[in-house]
Design a protein around this ligand. Structure first.
Ligand code: PEP
Ligand code: MG
Length: 324
């Protein structure tokens, strides 16, 4: 199968009736980058910056971070690279910055940590901005946002970093800024976020976990962790409609986009970009090239009114079989 997928590299993810779907990748290490380009990725929808932090024994310096980020930005230029600000806590521990909590997924994670430590945030933002100097393909993305206040605080700090660097003589363009929608509170504030930033990106891994109250890593409840749950599908559809009311582009960077069935439904909902792991990109492209947008819409309309997860899974499976 993989050999057959090889030839897809240069071909767009275009449905049989000519609907074009941008496919981007999620990265973490520089080794992901060559593989992603090799598979025809059109951008990076999620660069998990905590990964280079996790493989060190201490906080990397601004210079160190800048060099790491520069490699991703350079390799992908002029394609866009979406760098997520440090998303530690929850399931992403830093060995040299221990966080002990009873409920880490409801605790100090993502933007909550970095807004409590603006010095960590500012160093990272400065490193990103410097890394993008002369390339101008940087998008900055904020994780675990639950309130407008967090968006405003973050954009203020980013503006401060831009100003500082300009005063120091750097040529810094204003980066695009985006908010991740990965908790239920964010779902109901998409329009407010959209008025403040340049893009919205859905983290369906966490969104599934928080909507269904199911720990994404607990094997005992793994069978309840279902991205195709009717409530999750409803939320995903709602997010697109809300973002588009403000004419803001909305992407998805959770694992759901890496599943051919998920990708078809998300395209039909109107997602502007699907970002996924590089391994699955050819498979997703193959699936999208084999279906018409009309058929995908039909499938979505059929599935979105279903009450039962098993029936949804079966309907999707049959539809994929039909595609070969
Ligand atoms: C997500 O939550 O869907 C996401 C993309 O971020 P992570 O998996 O890194 O939490
Ligand atoms: Mg997440």
């Amino acid at each position: 199968v993989n050999a057959g997928l090889e030839g897809l590299k240069e071909l767009p993810a275009e449905t049989t009736d000519g609907y074009r779907m941008p496919l981007w990748v999620n990265t973490g290490l520089i080794t992901d980058v060559a593989r992603s380009l090799d598979r025809g990725a059109e951008g990076i929808g999620l660069y998990r910056t905590e990964i280079p932090f996790m493989i060190r024994d201490f906080f990397p310096s601004e210079q160190d971070q800048m060099e790491t980020y520069r490699k991703q930005l350079e390799a992908f230029a002029p394609r866009p690279v979406t760098m997520r600000t440090l998303d530690i806590g929850g399931d992403k521990p830093l060995p040299y910055f221990p966080i002990e909590e009873d409920n880490p997924f409801l605790g100090w994670r993502g933007i909550r940590v970095t807004l409590d430590h603006p010095e960590i945030f500012l160093v990272q933002i400065r490193a990103m901005l410097r890394a993008a100097e002369g390339l101008n393909n940087l998008r900055i993305m904020l994780p675990m946002v639950t309130s407008v206040h967090e968006v405003d605080e973050s954009t203020k700090l980013i503006a401060q970093a831009v100003e500082e660097l300009r005063e120091e003589g750097h040529v810094i363009n204003q980066p695009l800024i985006g908010v991740m929608v990965e908790v239920p509170a964010a779902v109901y504030q998409v329009r407010r976020f959209a008025r403040r930033v340049d893009f919205i990106s859905v983290g369906s891994n966490d969104l599934t976990q928080y909507l269904l109250a199911v720990d994404r890593n607990n094997p005992r409840v793994a069978s309840l962790y279902v991205p195709y749950h009717p409530a999750v599908l409803k939320a995903l559809q709602f997010i697109v409609h809300e973002a588009h009311k403000e004419n803001v582009s909305v992407s998805i960077c959770g694992e759901m986009a890496a599943d051919p069935g998920g990708a078809i439904l998300l395209m039909a909902m109107g997602y502007d970009v699907l970002s996924m792991n590089a391994t699955n990109l050819p498979k997703v492209k193959f699936a999208l090239r084999g279906i018409s947008f009309d058929r995908a819409r039909e499938l979505l309309n059929q599935i979105i009114v279903m009450d039962d997860v098993d029936k949804i899974h079966m309907t999707l499976r049959n539809a994929l079989k039909e595609l070969g």
